[in-house]
Design a protein around this ligand. Structure first.
Ligand code: TEU
Ligand code: CA
Length: 546
């Protein structure tokens, strides 16, 4: 399968479209919007988890991997979704969360009741002198171990206390996970996204981390490649039309190549997050730091170059349901919202890899700008707020971090139109709609100059201009302080991309070769010959053909 000409659209179902008036998006809502997605031109829908779940982490705490949470609909709705999507040549990617499951899952409940078979599904360890087994921290703040009253044991949870880590050392756990993947393949699913999959292989011995939070012991762990190869062999690898992506938390380049090189028989591609470390180099996401353009270029380019060299494959994305909106983070959500949203789209969609679009990105949705803690819903944000209050951090500083970094920024309802609740629901939504929905919505998609039209063009180009799908990557103007530029090349074509990331004009000493034509730009103006001059947030793509 050619991964280079596919585009994936990510749906956060809770916030996509409500159809039964409970303020929560549902599967029928996705069905209702399939024509919209067809119009945009995407090939796959990655839908974040809609399985039975207590929803402590919005579905990433799964209580039954084989049933649909009633809040989202029924298995009949799901079957209908698969069918109706396929009628439009759109296929589904399911989100498999195998690092952990909900403590409400039957497996954990049986483990708690003392069933030895299921106890071995999890990671139970004895404490040390009244303290947890190790000093590891949860990714959501606080201890990574939870004490079980009445015993001398703790269980490991790298995420929320209600998300117990699964013991992949146990072949029965692995078998159970493979059976789940096969269950969904039988239902007509054509792809999978594997949640924090590079954290599943834990170390042989559990030790305190004297320099960090424990990450180094379980990230890209000792048996990770073995497990992924087995997963591949036992499930999707038996077919040649499956597409897979692994979410790789704090991974390395070397491992990313192995995960996604087709010769290693693991996954089709990976999400890595290094290019998003541009405003929190320390690794503490809550820290407020200016955006470092050179770090962005360096990271993007290194991954482009090195993945190509090693035969790996990148998933290309600016954000997802865990990250703030890119137009607010790196672009300009005010005066230059249109220009900067399109520029960011150009910068990403010209690269080598498979582009992902997160719902609302194609209309330039912004951060939420919540002002009160009662508006936040995400467990990570609420944990952070409470932890910082206890530590005595000034309230305004906590709010400033939440406002810029909270995962809720990208989880507000999709802004379909300018009617009440943005056309998302007839009822009060589970999380507030952003008031800017009156101006920012999907109603302008017939307009040639809308962000939507621009995304549609980018997707079409990827399918019609071979160099976008297959061309090799070469960085240009690496030292430039404002312009991100690169070249893609096949035997027959060359593609040049220039993007000004700043609200000031930028120029560079670069002359294009004879015969280049402008494929796409976010400014409607003739390109002047001679030195390159780019207006604020201007982006252009040139094509040269033999
Ligand atoms: O995310 C993993 C992950 O690394 C992030 O949650 C990260 O901890 C966070 O963005 C830091 O701010 C995946 C899912 O995408 C996320 O929604 C889940 O909460 C998490 O796994 C646990 O399943
Ligand atoms: Ca609903």
């Amino acid at each position: 399968m050619n991964l280079g000409n596919k585009v994936v659209y990510q749906i956060y179902p809770k916030s996509f479209q409500d159809t039964n008036g409970d303020g929560i998006g549902d599967l029928q809502g996705i069905i209702r919007r399939l024509d919209y997605l067809k119009e945009l031109g995407v090939d796959y829908l990655w839908i974040t988890p809609f399985f039975l779940s207590p929803q402590n982490d919005n579905g990433y705490d799964i209580a039954d991997y084989r049933s649909i949470d009633p809040m989202y609909g029924t298995m009949e709705d799901f079957d209908q979704l698969v069918r109706e999507a396929a009628d439009r040549n759109i296929y589904l990617m399911m989100d498999m969360v195998f690092n952990h499951c909900s403590t409400k899952h039957e497996w954990f409940q049986k483990a708690l009741a003392g069933d030895p078979y299921y106890r071995d599904f999890f990671i139970f360890k004895k404490g040390k002198n009244g303290l947890p087994p190790t000093n590891w921290e949860s990714n959501f703040g606080g201890d990574a171990w939870n004490y079980l009253p009445g015993t001398d044991e703790y269980y490991l949870h790298l995420f929320h206390v209600s998300q117990a880590d699964l013991n992949w050392e146990n072949p029965n756990v692995r078998r159970a996970c493979y059976d789940i993947v096969n269950f969904w393949i039988d239902k007509g699913v054509k792809g999978f996204r594997f949640d924090v999959i590079n954290l599943i292989s834990k170390p042989e011995t559990y030790e305190d981390d004297l320099t960090g939070n424990g990450k180094k012991y379980y990230t890209d762990g000792p048996k990770i490649h073995e497990y992924l190869q087995e997963l591949n062999r036992e499930t999707f690898g038996r077919f040649d039309d499956m597409i897979t992506v692994g979410e790789m938390s704090s991974t390395t380049l070397e491992n990313s190549i192995r995960y996604s090189n087709s010769d290693s028989h693991e996954l089709s591609m990976i999400f890595s997050f290094h290019h998003l470390r541009i405003d929190y180099p320390s690794g503490n996401k809550w820290e407020i730091q200016p955006f470092r353009f050179h770090d962005l270029k360096k990271n993007l380019f290194t991954w482009q170059r090195e993945m190509e060299k090693g035969g790996g494959w990148n998933a290309l994305f600016w954000y997802n349901h865990d990250q703030p909106r890119i137009v607010s983070r790196v672009g300009d959500e005010g005066k230059y919202r249109l220009e900067s949203a399109k520029m960011l789209a150009t910068a990403l969609h010209g690269l080598k890899g498979t582009p992902y679009i997160y719902q609302g990105e194609e209309i330039g949705m912004t951060n939420a700008h919540f002002t009160d803690i009662s508006q936040y819903r995400d467990i990570e944000s609420l944990n952070y707020y409470n932890l910082m209050r206890r530590k005595g951090k000034p309230e305004e500083e906590i709010y400033e971090s939440l406002r810029r970094k909270s995962r809720d920024n990208s989880r507000t309802p999709m802004q379909w139109d300018d009617t009440e609740n943005a056309g998302f629901s007839e009822a009060d939504p589970w999380i507030s709609v952003i008031p800017n929905y009156k101006e920012i919505n999907t109603l302008d998609r017939e307009d040639e100059n809308s962000i939507f039209s621009y995304y549609r063009k980018l997707i079409r180009l990827r399918k019609t201009v071979p160099v976008l799908a297959d061309g090799s990557f070469e960085a240009l103007l690496e030292e430039d302080d404002r312009i991100l530029a690169y070249k893609r090349r096949t035997k027959e074509q060359e593609l040049y991309v220039f993007c000004n990331f700043f609200p000031e004009e930028a120029s560079a000493d670069f002359s294009l070769q004879e015969g280049c034509r402008c494929l796409l730009s976010n400014y409607n103006e003739e390109i002047q010959p001679g030195a390159l001059k780019l207006r604020p947030y201007k982006a252009v793509m040139f094509l040269w053909e033999k």
